[in-house]
Design a protein around this ligand. Sequence first.
Ligand SMILES: Nc1ncnc2c1ncn2[C@@H]1O[C@H](COP(=O)(O)OP(=O)(O)OP(=O)(O)O)[C@@H](O)[C@H]1O
Ligand SMILES: [Mg+2]
Length: 328
Amino acid sequence: MSDQAQELRRLRERLNNALYSQSNRQPFKNKLSISFAGGKGGTGKTALSANVALSLSRRGIKTVLLDADVGLANTNIILGVKPPKNWADFLYNDTPFEEILYFVEKGPILISGASGISDAANLPSYKQEELFMSLATLESQTDALIIDVGAGIQENIINFSIASNNIIIVTNPDPTALTDAYSFIKVISNKLYNQRVYLIINMARTFEEVKRIYEVFVPMVKSRLSVNLEVLGSISYSEEMVLSVKQSRPLIVNYPRSDAARQIEIITNKLLDNLYNQNQASSNTPASYSKKLGEDSKISKEYEQEESNGSKNGSFVSRFCKFFGIKK
Ligand SMILES: Nc1ncnc2c1ncn2[C@@H]1O[C@H](COP(=O)(O)OP(=O)(O)OP(=O)(O)O)[C@@H](O)[C@H]1O
Ligand SMILES: [Mg+2]
């Protein structure tokens, strides 16, 4: 074989390998997939991803929730369930994949976090790909995948983050959290293919601190990192959220009328809205999504009612929505 032919063969193999591994790292390519990520610990990734997954399920959207946290998995606590197996059992203890699927009543299919692995460094990429490939087998039977990503910037944390079509960076308004969010976006910026990158500002206490992020942080990310960061919304600091986590009950069930629960419903609406528009643009609209949007949630309707009555809480949410152009 000539040198040129050998070189061509090597190039083809490299291309095949690259395509193979990229498809293995995108388990829900053709459905709604969202990673809640962000580098810094304790910003609310788990609390928000679990509630959004539940909100989607309650609208009839079949949702898989993967707790991708390695070591400190706690999505099950937020949802108040006790799955007997987790994905470490599947990867390391020969548990069949079907046995790690936990069907939360009126909620998502939960794949519980790998509490058997001591830290993220102990999850080699071939094991992670094994998990992604098994997850992909659920794509045809379900509508959405939510991934709750742990804190940090280790390789497999980044891989979990970019495995979805929509990456939500969860931050709070503190300078340390924003610095970590910026560093995290910088790390993923070179690895993005065509995902959308969103920001949720969690635990916001004043309108002004949210406004500052919108006016300073977001333009800085756009100009310096060339990432088209879009603010998806903000969630108020919420005592109801703190209580719900303590009581191991999901916020949107426990306190559906709280500001934070309403903001979560609004954010879920916006995600579905974006997906709907995106798919319409590519003339590939799944009828189920448009129907869900049209129906809208009962909570949003109640909320609109309260808004028009001018309730104190409603007007606080209203200012956020107006500022961010979020439809209720
Ligand atoms: N909007 C909110 N208002 C008040 N407290 C909140 C809010 N969101 C989350 N919290 C609290 O913050 C704590 C951390 O939340 P959570 O575990 O979801 O963070 P995390 O980003 O998943 O952390 P980790 O990176 O360690 O996985 C929880 O105890 C929760 O009660
Ligand atoms: Mg978490």
